[in-house]
Design a protein around this ligand. Structure first.
Ligand code: NAP
Length: 248
């Protein structure tokens, strides 16, 4: 159960990887975290345990961000409990890679529905609450490939480029209400999403990373926490690359 005096932070896809690290970057006595996940309830329990261990509190719920109804019920619960949303991090995402000419319609739809429409579903509801409060921070996790393109990922790249567009348009629309909207574009970060990439391909990628190492989820989480902080009050509509210099 949350406490109305606390800051409310909402993170999508918080059960694993970047989302879990982002949850932990907000964990503390003054913040209640609501996070969601698709199906990994054991991983979600572990995120919840780690947040509590770090002195914070959290509610983790199974919610498909692609479903307007499930997202609406999720935010209804949050607003009933807390009455406000201070920070939204749209992090949930999937890949369904394949070459353009062989890509199945379902793989296109699933990726766009979760990565882009999911962020739209959550942002739309959170923004209404933030507008009333005249305060809010929205951070969208895009990807470096949303800027550069990538072979075998037309669906994923389109979703992440779309998320950059959503970020810029929403930043303009919401700025007058003291709501900032920014995107973070990670490069190659060590999570389950990148675990199946072969060592050969990883070595090739590292040749393009001047800092010479893959990123850790905490490298991304620190930037998200900064964008949610008072120090970032005058930053909006930006795409911050966290990629070890992969694309300079
Ligand atoms: P990950 O380890 O695969 O975790 C994905 C998270 O999203 C999980 O919590 C998953 O829940 C959740 N999720 C998936 N589908 C969902 C849905 N329909 N509704 C709600 N939650 C859903 O991925 P990651 O590497 O941490 O990636 C996080 C974000 O960073 C993604 O948007 C990804 O595109 C972006 N990104 C990652 C990298 C990288 O190198 N890893 C680089 C650039 C951008 P379950 O645990 O229940 O499946």
């Amino acid at each position: 159960m949350s406490d109305q005096s606390k800051r409310t932070v909402v993170i999508t896809g918080g059960s694993r990887g970047l989302g879990r690290a982002v949850c932990l970057s907000f964990a503390g006595p003054d913040t209640h975290i609501f996070f969601n996940y698709a199906s990994s309830s054991k991983s979600a329990d572990e995120t919840q345990r780690l947040i509590t261990e770090a002195g914070g509190s959290a509610t983790g719920l199974q919610v498909n961000v692609a479903s307007e109804k499930e997202v609406s019920d999720f935010f209804k619960k949050i607003l009933e409990e807390t009455g406000r949303i201070d920070v939204l991090v749209n992090n949930a995402g999937i890949t369904r890679d394949g070459l353009l000419v062989r890509m199945k319609e379902k793989d296109w739809d699933d990726v766009l529905d979760i990565n882009l429409k999911g962020a739209f579903n959550c942002t739309k509801i959170a923004a209404k609450s933030m507008m009333k409060q005249r305060f809010g921070r929205i951070i969208n996790i895009t990807s470096i490939v949303g800027v550069t393109g990538n072979i075998g990922q037309v669906n994923y790249v389109a979703s992440k480029a779309g998320l950059i567009g959503l970020t810029k348009a929403a930043a303009k629309e919401l700025a007058s209400r003291n709501i900032t909207v920014n995107a973070v574009a990670p490069g190659f970060i060590k999570t389950d999403m990148t675990a199946s990439i072969s060592e050969k391909v990883k070595d090739l990628m590292m040749k393009h990373v001047p800092l010479g190492r893959p990123g850790e989820p905490e490298d991304v989480a620190g930037v998200v926490a900064f964008l949610a902080s008072e120090s970032a009050a005058y930053i909006t509509g930006q795409v911050i690359h966290v990629s070890g210099g992969m694309y300079i």
